[in-house]
Design a protein around this ligand. Structure first.
Ligand SMILES: Cc1cc2nc3c(=O)[nH]c(=O)nc-3n(C[C@H](O)[C@H](O)[C@H](O)COP(=O)(O)O)c2cc1C
Length: 438
């Protein structure tokens, strides 16, 4: 039996595509002009994707081995462009799909987020979302005058106040406040535009916003909290959640937990869509796909430097200091990406770091096969988990290329569509309404 239709999205940084790939063409030097991502948006909309989500961070890290060499050599967290100005460009070359950019509650003032999101919502006619992150790196904080980030759980408390302020600002103009009445001489009716006078623990904001909210009112809110505090925050505020639990049981547990928490916050569980990270490996035959996956999983020195480099950036623990042939020491803790470190610790239990890296699985489920067999597997997984969709991630070093995008858009997506598993049209006018449609 087929699962209900599910949502399909793509997770990416605004970053160099797979520059070592023989299919990279000139993209390693030209991606910052946005063309690569505009082509990608066109292809994904044709394929029936719901949205593209751009993660972000704002640092060049020297945590790994005390040098920026590893980050820059492999292009891990830098170079990276700000996705915010990219979004309206992508909306300009598409008609229906949604686009999400990341902005951190530790670094932006809430007024700026409210303003830029409202402006983009108008520019895109209701097709943007905000990925709310609290950030994980003191090194990023040091670009904004902070020596350290607040402690992990307190960052979520601050984010909670932040998002409350942003929503109040979006609501500070009543509908119909712009009257543009030549007879009376009023462009905007001041009696319908209200200050918010917010004076809280972290923020003091007078308001009102200096423009009305866009077509979505409150643009789509996206979040990826994994810790208990993060899950609580996400289930209170988000329309869409991104997650990377491992295996069908953990996926179901995560989704059930988020839905139960959402109900606890007085929301309808169906208002929160949970998306699971996957990275399908496609071949013309099963054997082809398995060979590609085998090569992808080989633990080369580059892979080690990439995986441990990313772990070092997001946890701010120098993973270069550890003996690869020994277990991860018990006393390693982080004020950064807590759930990332916990998952790694679980994987290393009873193993050396090297062994854990060999069994490393960054996706929710491994999908390896032909477009038809992977589509069937996605159907089964969604049936077992209950929903709500998959977030495809092109593995950054080798597969984020026009070729890989086309394998998904012209191979996998049509198979999914043929089975009625993904959308074939966008009946609503906004991203948020299309997301809520099933
Ligand atoms: C799919 C996904 C995307 C994420 N995107 C970002 C991002 O763009 N920027 C960021 O600072 N953190 C990002 N994170 C980290 C989360 O915001 C969160 O900090 C992380 O999942 C750990 O959860 P916790 O904060 O509840 O411990 C992402 C996490 C996941 C799973």
């Amino acid at each position: 039996m087929a699962a209900d239709p599910f949502h399909l999205a793509w997770f990416t940084p605004f970053k160099t595509p797979a520059w070592k790939s023989p299919w990279a063409a000139d993209t390693p030097l030209t991606w910052l002009n946005g063309e690569y991502y505009m082509d990608m948006a066109r292809s994904l909309e044709r394929a029936g994707f719901d949205f593209m989500m751009f993660e972000d961070s704002t640092l060049v890290s020297d945590t790994y081995g005390g040098s920026t060499e590893n980050d820059l050599k492999h292009g891990l967290h830098s170079p990276k462009g700000d996705p915010v100005p990219l979004l309206p460009m992508l909306a300009q070359v598409t008609q229906h799909m949604g686009f999400i950019a990341t902005m951190s509650t530790s670094f932006y003032p809430p007024f700026l987020v409210a303003r830029v999101m409202a402006t983009m919502d108008h520019l895109t006619r209701g097709r943007v979302g905000w990925n709310v992150v609290t950030s994980s790196e003191d090194l990023a904080g040091q670009n904004y005058g902070l020596d350290h980030l607040l402690p992990h759980d307190e960052r979520y408390e601050m984010a909670d106040e932040f998002i409350t302020v942003v929503k109040e600002l979006w609501d500070s103009w009543e509908p119909g406040a712009i009257v543009a009445d030549r007879e009376t001489g009023y462009l905007a009716d001041h009696t319908k535009v209200h200050p918010i006078h917010h004076d809280g623990k972290y923020f003091k904001v007078r308001g009102p916003l200096n423009l009305p909210a866009g077509p979505q009112g409150h643009p789509v809110i996206c979040q990826a909290g994994g810790s208990p505090k993060g899950r609580d925050f996400a289930s209170r505020h988000a329309n869409v959640l991104l997650s990377a639990p491992k295996g069908v049981d953990q996926m179901r547990e995560y989704r059930d937990d988020i839905r139960a928490r959402a109900v606890g916050h007085g929301r309808d569980a169906d208002d929160v869509k949970v998306m699971f990270i996957v990275q399908p490996v496609l071949g013309e035959t099963q054997a082809d796909a398995e060979e590609i996956a085998r090569r992808r999983n080989e633990l080369t020195q580059d892979q080690i430097e990439t995986i441990l480099g990313i772990m070092s950036i997001t946890t701010e623990v120098d993973f270069k200091q550890f003996d690869l042939d020994a277990p991860l020491p018990d006393d390693v803790t982080t004020n950064g990406h807590q759930s990332g470190l916990e998952q790694f610790r679980k994987r290393t239990k009873g193993k050396t770091i090297r062994e854990a890296l060999m069994g490393q699985q960054t996706e929710a489920v491994e999908l390896v096969g032909t477009p038809a067999s992977v589509a069937a597997q996605m159907d089964e997984v969604m049936e077992a988990v209950g929903g709500d969709g998959f977030l495809i991630r092109g593995e950054p070093v080798r597969t984020h290329s026009r070729r890989y995008i086309d394998e998904i858009a012209s191979g996998l997506a049509p198979e999914l569509r043929r089975r009625g598993l993904i959308r074939s049209d966008y009946p609503e006018s906004t991203f948020k309404a299309n997301l809520a449609a099933f």
